[in-house]
Design a protein around this ligand. Structure first.
Ligand code: ADP
Ligand code: ADP
Length: 231
């Protein structure tokens, strides 16, 4: 994932807010990369630009060698499926079972019902929730819900997983186990993970590299060892 001079200006009620002010980010394939910063620093906007949920005002975003800002609408939809996204509040559908939630991203892909069910079962096994396939989200703990969110994010076999404060709603012990899962998936699947957080502890426990954002800019970045060695 590479962004070059990425800018995003929101225009609301006649006021401009510069959310991203020339962000250059370089996430190497197969690494876990963390972006840390206080509220309002621009982290969510950054991840939404990488996920194509938000159109950048200017600059470029490349994922797996493709320039995202110049894709056609149909290419955009296809590319979006190849990028998994995990959310702070899980974003599960309450009226669908765990297995159905995991299958959601596969609904318009041409897979048969049986193929989708098999994929969901495989993914639930991967995240340690094989026995919860028929449960509903309300019957799960926060950590289990996030595991479902992660399984759903993996349904399209993405090369890249984006995580927006995935552990911020979880207690410390559950946070550790979810971060551990992300690390295992990174290693087992060769998945590149870009996560955003407001907690330095998250960065220290799971990231290979990180960037610190402040007021729409990256003010420091490097490998974890480099960052921890700096005063
Ligand atoms: P963070 O995720 O680090 O908290 P955000 O990316 O959410 O930061 O926000 C960066 C800045 O952009 C903030 O000043 C925020 O108020 C503003 N912002 C975010 N989304 C919008 C929006 N849809 N409309 C207007 N301003 C926004
Ligand atoms: P709109 O009708 O508001 O212009 P589109 O239908 O073009 O939106 O795009 C749908 C969504 O995809 C929007 O959230 C938009 O921000 C995002 N998007 C569209 N084109 C791009 C692009 N080239 N780069 C990044 N995000 C994009």
């Amino acid at each position: 994932i590479t962004t070059s001079d990425l800018r995003k200006v929101y225009r609301a009620h006649g006021r401009d807010t510069v959310a991203l002010d020339g962000v250059d980010l370089h996430v190497r394939t197969g690494e876990v990369y963390g972006v840390v910063g206080t509220s309002g620093a621009g982290k969510s906007t950054l991840i939404r630009c990488v996920n194509l949920l938000e159109r950048p005002s200017s600059g470029s975003v490349q994922v797996d060698g493709r320039e995202l800002t110049s894709l056609s609408a149909s290419e955009l939809r296809a590319t979006r499926r190849s990028i998994g996204m995990v959310f702070q509040h899980f974003n599960l559908l309450a009226r669908r079972t765990v297995a159905e939630n995991v299958q959601l991203p596969l609904e318009l892909t041409g897979l048969t019902r049986r193929e989708r069910a098999a994929k969901a079962a495989e993914l639930l096994d991967l995240v340690g929730l094989a026995d919860k396939a028929r449960a509903y989200p309300a019957q799960l703990s926060g950590g289990q819900k996030q595991r479902v969110g992660i399984a759903r994010a993996l349904a399209g076999d993405p090369k890249v997983l984006l995580s927006d404060e995935a552990t911020s709603a979880l207690d410390p012990e559950t946070t550790r186990s979810v971060l551990q899962l992300l690390r295992e998936l990174n290693q087992q699947l060769g998945l590149t993970v870009l996560l955003i957080t407001h907690e330095m502890d998250v960065i220290k426990s799971v990231c290979d590299s990180a960037a610190l954002m402040r007021a729409g800019k990256v003010v420091e970045s490097g490998t974890l060892n480099e960052l921890l060695a700096r005063p």
